[in-house]
Design a binder for this molecule. Structure first.
Ligand code: DX5
Ligand code: ZN
Length: 216
């Protein structure tokens, strides 16, 4: 299991202090949501903030591109130090271009992940599953932290887990949205490998909240 605190819910008045707490906790990754105010109605962080995060905590930074133009922004955030890039297939809407983007991100030595809005049919993942490092199951509609966990994410995790066992795919299954100790345990039991948690980690004692997510 990997726990990835999402800094979307951090207290930005004391970001450095909170990043140091995350670094000292048992979390391995930092989840970094880039939103452009277009693909979703929220605007978050650019590359200067990514560089500041990298300088404040020596951790793997997992960039979730919640943007309309991931083909442009993948390079921009890789140049700024992203360790992994996850993009929305439903932002590209083209199999050939999505495959080209997956291959480009991998050719730059980073991990690549794909995701979809929670309502989109999971079969949309099929053309990419033998090429990606990670599949992200959105357990909320992307855009804002603090929303309740969608139970339909569990069946999506199980489906992805069954498929990788059957076909010997290598992707890890990540879940993002509404994760706390209880929903995180349900996801882990269904086959999830990486839990993203924003409000649960940053609205509680960081190290304790992170520890409580390692349930299996
Ligand atoms: C929302 C983001 C999430 C967000 C999750 O679009 O992708 O990473 O930080 O927040 P919580 O854990 O509060 O649901
Ligand atoms: Zn996210």
């Amino acid at each position: 299991m990997i726990v990835a605190p999402s800094i979307l819910s951090a207290d930005f008045k004391r970001l450095r202090e909170q990043l140091e707490e995350v670094e000292k906790s048992s979390a391995q990754w930092i989840h970094f949501d880039v939103m452009d105010g277009h693909f979703v109605k929220n605007i978050t962080f650019g590359t200067d903030i990514l560089q500041a995060v990298k300088e404040s905590a020596d951790m793997y930074v997992d960039v979730h591109l919640v943007v309309s133009d991931p083909e442009y922004y993948a390079d921009v955030f890789l140049d700024a130090g992203a360790d992994g890039i996850t993009f929305h297939l439903d932002a590209v809407n083209d199999i050939g271009r999505s495959l080209a983007l997956i291959r480009k991100i991998k050719s730059r030595g980073a991990n690549v992940g794909i995701t979809l809005y929670p309502e989109v049919d999971v079969h949309e993942y099929l053309p990419y599953l033998d090429e990606v490092d990670l599949v992200l199951v959105m357990s909320i509609k992307p855009g804002f932290g603090g929303q309740p966990f969608r139970e339909d994410a569990i069946e999506r995790i199980r489906w992805l887990d069954r498929l990788r066992k059957k076909h010997f795919y290598n992707y890890r299954i990540q879940v993002d949205g509404g994760i706390n100790a209880e929903t995180g345990k349900q996801c882990a039991e269904a086959g999830a490998d990486i839990l993203v948690a924003g409000s649960y980690v940053f609205k509680n004692k960081i190290a304790e909240a992170v520890d409580s997510l390692y349930t299996l």
